[in-house]
Design a protein around this ligand. Structure first.
Ligand code: GLU
Length: 293
């Protein structure tokens, strides 16, 4: 089995400097530890025509290289179906008919953490199940027997977060992100996951799922986000934040790459040069403020 890191963008639009900084970090973590670096397009949801090609072009423009072919989640349905079947066979799933609204309006279960699924469909009787099946398609949820789970993160140390009866397959048949990411990382030999720290709260759910599927958890590093001058996570509305817009504003891809490297305390120039100076233990842990061009 290979040892690999990865970048896994959702092709919903152009990458912005925050996404590009995370991609550089994922590349540096992987390459500095002798790992392969894989690119996976997470196109199960929110895919926009043309966005994937634009994202790959932008990654190349800042010097990101990857091994092998780009993998797309829409081509991997059988892997997800197999994992869900294994959980089903182990009695670890149930059908859920709740609408988003019903979940929001349901009283939360005692001691359940905020936002956790209240378990409405966990113990439906046969007649009720038959009736609900005739009303709307079911999603498949995990029957989680823990309320929290602890992971280790290279930058955050020990992190404990919520595990609830998360959705594995939505009621429109689309595999849920948390299941897909766990199955893909394992099947692709990815043993290092570097991504934005907005995803840290989802990580206990994913690590718990991996454990149920007998998959070893990867090494995690959740890296700080890029924020705007108000301290809010960078978004398209923050002006010129994509390579396309920055180039139009007079800042070509190499200049953007250099600025991102400098924000990490690394020398400007090709990524290979930064590799020699990269030390994960001295990474800044606070968000980086993007002040525009
Ligand atoms: N596709 C996710 C995103 O673009 C990232 C998932 C991951 O890195 O695990 O936010």
């Amino acid at each position: 089995m290979t040892s690999a890191g990865r970048f896994a963008p959702s092709p919903s639009g152009d990458l912005h400097v925050g996404n590009l900084r995370t991609a550089i970090l994922a590349w540096l973590f992987a390459r500095s530890t002798g790992r392969k670096f894989l690119l996976r397009v997470e196109d199960l949801d929110r895919a926009r025509a043309g966005a994937e090609a634009d994202q790959l072009r932008d990654l190349e423009a800042i010097g990101i290289t990857w091994d092998g072919d780009v993998v797309r989640q829409t081509a991997r349905g059988p892997y997800y179906a197999d994992a869900i079947s294994r959980l089903e066979a182990a009695g670890l799933t149930y059908e859920c008919f709740c609408t988003r609204r019903e979940i929001q309006e349901a009283p939360s279960a005692p001691h359940a953490p905020q936002g956790a699924y209240p378990g409405t469909c966990r113990r439906l009787g046969l007649a009720e199940l038959e009736f609900k099946r005739s009303t709307r398609p079911a999603s498949i949820r995990l029957r989680a027997d823990v309320a929290q789970y602890t992971v280790r993160d290279l930058l955050h140390g020990t992190y404990t977060g919520v595990v609830d009866d998360l959705v594995l397959r939505r009621n429109d048949g689309v595999t849920a992100y948390n299941l897909a990411v766990v199955v893909d990382d394992a099947e692709q030999g990815i043993d290092q996951v570097v991504r934005g720290d907005d995803l840290l709260p989802s990580t206990p759910r994913q690590a718990f799922l991996a454990a149920l599927l007998n998959i070893p958890s990867p090494e995690y590093a959740h890296v700080p986000l890029v924020v705007n001058a108000d301290g809010v996570r960078l978004a398209k509305r923050d002006g010129a934040v994509t390579l396309r817009d920055l180039a139009a504003a007079g800042s070509p891809a190499a200049a953007v790459r250099n600025r991102l490297l400098e924000s990490l305390g690394l020398p400007a120039g090709p990524l290979e040069k930064a590799l020699g100076a990269f030390d994960a233990s001295t990474l800044p842990l606070e968000p980086w403020v993007w002040r525009g061009v």
